[in-house]
Design a protein around this ligand. Structure first.
Ligand SMILES: NC(=O)c1ccc[n+]([C@@H]2O[C@H](COP(=O)([O-])OP(=O)(O)OC[C@H]3O[C@@H](n4cnc5c(N)ncnc54)[C@H](O)[C@@H]3O)[C@@H](O)[C@H]2O)c1
Length: 379
């Protein structure tokens, strides 16, 4: 889809929770971007919770506050819908958005399971709608540099890669239950549904689709306070380590995908590491400005580079400053809107429905690997 420079796209948000608010914040300082060809305007917000809708009354431009998302998707002044709701609602709401003739920015995991993801992907293809899936970490300058090293052809013999996303907020057993901790709303894949696309997006984009998976899944707390004085079952997988084989830079090599809700000391740590016999790269949001590059010559070197604000879309922010979560969320949205307008050029694009489906294939293989205690093959 092609549009004129600096065209306006009217966005409606369904799900006025954590992520819905982050999107309003990213749009609110769009003037920080210097070269994005499209400008979003948040016109409508939908949520079943009136208090969540009320937060948006402070957001300039929002003129519709809909308690039923069907009202929002029928509106004339909405071109694109962003949906950020619990996973068991993805399939129904995503399909309704597409059938209402709107383009869709979907949240991960893109349906509660593989069947749902395939259904939405196939319907979008049939209807010819533009759909992408939220996954913001590749838009960090450090991630972009790691991707460039992985694609450079200079690794030598590939020794392997690791992608990890680590949280620690669930270490406290008294943290009340929420929908992300129950299979009926989060999905049987548990933490893989919740955090998995963040570790699968870059490998899949680079063509490192696992062919074999051996999974170690852990469920650590089996119940939590229900917030009303009682307890409720907490039946999702909390931590998952997937030992895979994948064609990394054209060579079959180990790929480790790790997602943890109980990782001591980690708040929101995203890690990528790719190692070869000649070159390698390591990047972690734990040290958001630091890129580690390995090279082997007469001696072996791990070189540390202090990164600046080298985001895919240029900004008003000085080149030596450091980006954070709200910045990369805005970059991801810029990529979504630019690609929809046919003006992404050579920049990194958002996760595609095919990539989301491929990630669900990995989680499904991991579930059978763990339950059967063997390596699962993905064909
Ligand atoms: N990309 C990221 O970094 C990231 C981070 C967190 C969550 N997420 C994803 O975003 C989605 C939402 O997560 P969240 O943390 O924002 O959840 P949240 O619980 O904070 O918000 C969800 C909102 O959806 C609303 N809702 C529930 N049913 C609804 C319905 N039928 N119609 C309209 N609204 C309804 C709830 O009232 C709530 O306000 C999930 O898919 C999650 O995996 C992505």
């Amino acid at each position: 889809m092609k549009s004129s420079s600096s065209s306006l796209v009217r966005v409606g948000v369904i799900g006025a929770g954590l992520m819905g608010r982050e999107v309003a914040s990213a749009f609110g300082r769009w003037f920080a971007l210097l070269d994005c060809p499209v400008r979003p305007e948040l016109t409508a917000v939908g949520d079943v919770n009136a208090a969540a809708l009320d937060w948006f009354r402070q957001v300039p431009g929002v003129r519709h506050f809909d308690s039923d998302y069907r009202t929002l998707i029928a509106r004339e002044d909405v071109d694109v819908v962003y949906v950020a709701v619990p996973h068991h609602l993805h399939e129904e709401i995503y399909l309704d958005v597409l059938r209402a003739g709107k383009d869709l920015f979907a949240e991960k995991p893109f349906g509660i399971d593989l069947a749902a993801a395939r259904h939405v992907r196939d319907e979008a293809r049939k209807l010819g709608r533009f759909v992408r899936v939220s996954s913001e970490f590749p838009f960090l300058p450090g991630a972009q540099r790691a991707i460039a090293v992985a694609q450079s052809g200079s690794l030598g013999r590939v020794l392997g890669a690791r992608c990890a996303f680590l949280h620690s907020s669930d270490l406290d057993p008294m943290k009340p239950i929420n929908w992300k901790r129950q299979n009926k709303s989060c999905g049987e894949a548990g933490v893989m549904n919740d955090l998995g696309l963040h570790v699968a997006h870059v490998p899949l984009r680079l063509g490192w689709r696992p062919t074999q998976v051996f999974a170690e899944l852990q469920q650590i707390y089996t119940e939590r306070p229900d917030g009303r004085g009682g307890t409720a079952p907490c039946d999702t997988w909390d931590n998952a380590t997937l030992h895979c084989m994948a064609p990394i830079a054209g060579q079959a090599a180990p790929l480790t995908l790790e997602v943890r809700r109980l990782a001591p000391g980690e708040t929101n740590t995203w890690i990528i590491e790719v190692l070869g016999t000649d070159r390698g790269v390591r990047y972690s949001t734990k040290e958001p400005k630091t890129l580690w590059l390995f090279r082997r010559e007469r001696e072996q070197w791990w070189e540390k580079t202090d990164l600046g604000f080298g985001t895919p879309f240029r900004t008003i922010t000085g080149g030596i400053f450091e980006p954070g979560f709200p910045d990369i969320l805005q970059q991801m949205w810029a990529a979504f809107l630019a690609e929809r307008a046919g003006e992404l050029n050579n920049r990194y694009g958002c996760a595609t429905p095919d990539e989301a489906v491929a990630s669900h294939e990995i989680w499904q293989a991991a579930l059978s690997s763990h339950s059967e205690g063997r390596v699962s093959v993905i064909r």
